[in-house]
Design a binder for this molecule. Sequence first.
Ligand code: NAD
Length: 377
Amino acid sequence: MTVAILKESHHAETRAAMVPEHVAKLTALGARVEVEAGLGATCGHADEEYAAAGAAVRTDRAAMLAAADVILQVRKPSLSDAGLMREGAVFIGLLDPFQSPELIQALAARGLSAISMEMVPRSTRAQKMDVLSSQASLAGYASVIVAAAQSGKIFPMMMTPAGTIKPVKVFIIGAGVAGLQAIATAKRLGAKVEAFDTRPVVEEQVKSLGAKFVKIDVGETGQTADGYAKPLTEEQIQLQREGMTRVCAESDVVITTAQVFGRRAPILLTSSMLDAMRPGSVVVDLAVESGGNVEGVVPDQITDRNGVKIVGIANLPGRVPVHASQMYSSNITALLAEFWDKEAKALKLNLEDDILKSCLVTHGGKIVNEKLAALQT
Ligand code: NAD
């Protein structure tokens, strides 16, 4: 069975779907691994490393696509690449399926089995394959590093003969995987950290990291069985904005990470809230790729609004491509190993398996995920 690992076609992607360490694991399982030349150029791995791990390094992308049984990438394939894959092949990557109806339709029509890594369930068994969590942790870390680089202030308290400097105040909105890592990183840098989330269970987690939980009464909130936030009503969002305005105005750095799975991210920082912030403050919007939590945020730009910097970097895990690739690669390898038939030395998709039921989105010429199929009509 041939597993092909392709270079990313997205111009700003720095991650690679697999690192040499995991290529060696796949070859040990009996896979024939091919990597596109230059695969690891932006994440610290030369072609020679992949070759030493047992991969064949190839330059003919179209031929690789046409022959592979399994194709791995970080991001979704282009429509033209999808058109080159052979019927029955398995594509694994972050398909962004809710925003890509045309691609999902094309993958189904070509008889491809497409696995959407963002649809891997958040169960205990699937934890090692949970790309959303591994990449969100890194995004949380990177958001604080980016904020520190944009701020004119240092984060820790410093007592010097030249006077005492107060620690910066950081406010983190949304304390899921990314938010909790952002809290931990800001604390390590010495900031005074406050956080808010609509899921009540998060309060203890925030406090255990040494941050203060901001109390805002927005009425009944909760989470789904998968641990995701339930969407708020427009009235609840308005109450939340009112409750957060003072905290934002007093903060040097605000990091927003609030998302609701499968929907546009809620706008939590309005223009008037931004106007109430002090010049020199920094806002980092981690939700920018799903529409943004901050009014007026521009993807992949840092904008200045009356001295307040609004950072809209889309691919924050891509800022730390070495570890982001290592973790993504580990998640993918865990998925391949889980469904690998050792005797046949091949990937065998068990359609009755809970994990695959959730993340296999096209198979046998059809869109097999009900929610995605419904989007097509
Ligand atoms: P996410 O990226 O969908 O959302 C980020 C955070 O935004 C969440 O904490 C959410 O509650 C919060 N949010 C949504 N609307 C908000 C609003 N209006 N104001 C403030 N915050 C808002 O979520 P995520 O970080 O990927 O995961 C959420 C949770 O899922 C985790 O904290 C965890 O409990 C659970 N989880 C479980 C597993 C597992 O069991 N294997 C794995 C990962 C995550």
